[in-house]
Ligand binder design. Structure first.
Ligand SMILES: NC(=O)c1ccc[n+]([C@@H]2O[C@H](COP(=O)([O-])OP(=O)(O)OC[C@H]3O[C@@H](n4cnc5c(N)ncnc54)[C@H](OP(=O)(O)O)[C@@H]3O)[C@@H](O)[C@H]2O)c1
Length: 260
């Protein structure tokens, strides 16, 4: 039997793939045989990370500050020029957060967070529709993977009001996209990570990478998620074996949502 998780011959784009969760996902997709394009706000950082990741396959790094629609349009143009006219997997991973007490939560904490976490994923989908449509087939559709969060599925009370709202919204956007694009052989699913060790959760770990005991109490499995685990879910949702899944929002969180 051939490998059911094989991504050979597929091209994936992971926004924010030079670090953190995006990099874990990019390395996983590459390990499964995909050609992977990663982005960072810094073209140098993207190129450097692509070089490091390329030891297991082909990775291309592109610079894109995805806080404006024009940047998403430009990224699609650059992809066409450098990579080609087929995109099998679009991973909308780039994201920002802002935490503050409700009394002091500033207006400026909304615009950029909503733009990066919600609007640009939509704009990228719109701009990449021709490439996704070309890559997708009824038996093996093209994939949109939106990185949501359990913060958008349950009230974690993180004081990250714009962040959790943006994540709840991208879960809904995922369902809307799934319904509208199913006829065009494109699926859309959301991954809802719990706590993973990245820059976004650095404040929850000490210098020795020990996780804050108060946080651990809230996680039924009493640990953060591991890079291989999030990578494996992204590989599964990108491969032929998951062709029949669309419109799903899948938590990977050690049981926070499911056991709540
Ligand atoms: N870590 C967790 O436990 C966790 C839990 C739930 C959801 N998530 C989600 O996972 C995704 C990745 O976050 P992370 O945990 O890996 O945190 P991170 O290390 O802070 O990474 C954030 C990523 O977003 C990119 N980014 C931020 N602003 C951007 C902009 N204006 N334009 C383009 N890219 C931008 C960054 O790219 P550059 O800095 O290279 O430009 C970076 O790759 C986010 O959507 C986050 O909400 C994470």
């Amino acid at each position: 039997m051939s490998n059911p998780f094989d991504l050979a011959g597929k091209t994936a784009l992971v926004t924010g793939g030079a670090q953190g969760l995006g990099r874990m996902i990019a390395e996983g997709l590459m390990g499964a045989g995909a050609r992977v394009v990663i982005t960072s706000r810094s073209a140098e950082k993207a190129a450097e990370a692509a070089k490091e990741i390329s030891t297991t396959g082909m990775c291309i790094g592109l610079g894109a500050d995805l806080s404006t629609p024009q940047a998403a349009v430009d990224l699609a143009k650059e992809f066409r020029k450098i990579v080609g006219d087929e995109l099998h997997v679009l991973v909308n991973n780039a994201g920002q957060s802002w935490g503050a007490n409700i009394d002091d939560f500033p207006d400026e904490a909304w615009g950029n967070v909503l733009a990066v976490n919600l609007q640009m994923p939509f704009t990228l989908v719109r701009e990449f529709l021709p490439e996704l449509e070309k890559a997708g087939h009824a038996e093996d559709p093209a994939r949109i993977l939106n990185i949501g969060s359990i913060a958008g599925a349950t009230a974690l009370r993180l004081r990250a009001y714009s962040y959790s709202s943006s994540k709840a919204a991208i879960h809904q956007l995922t369902r809307d996209l799934a319904g509208d694009l199913v006829k065009r052989n494109i699926t859309a699913n959301a991954i809802l990570p719990g706590y993973f060790p990245t820059g976004m959760t650095a404040h929850l770990r000490d210098a020795e990478e020990e996780v804050n005991p108060k946080l651990l109490k809230t996680i039924p499995m009493k640990r953060m998620g591991k890079p291989d685990e999030i990578a494996a879910l992204a590989v599964f949702l990108s491969c032929k074996s998951s062709a029949y899944i669309t419109g799903a929002a899948i938590p990977m969180d050690g049981g926070i949502v499911g056991c709540g």
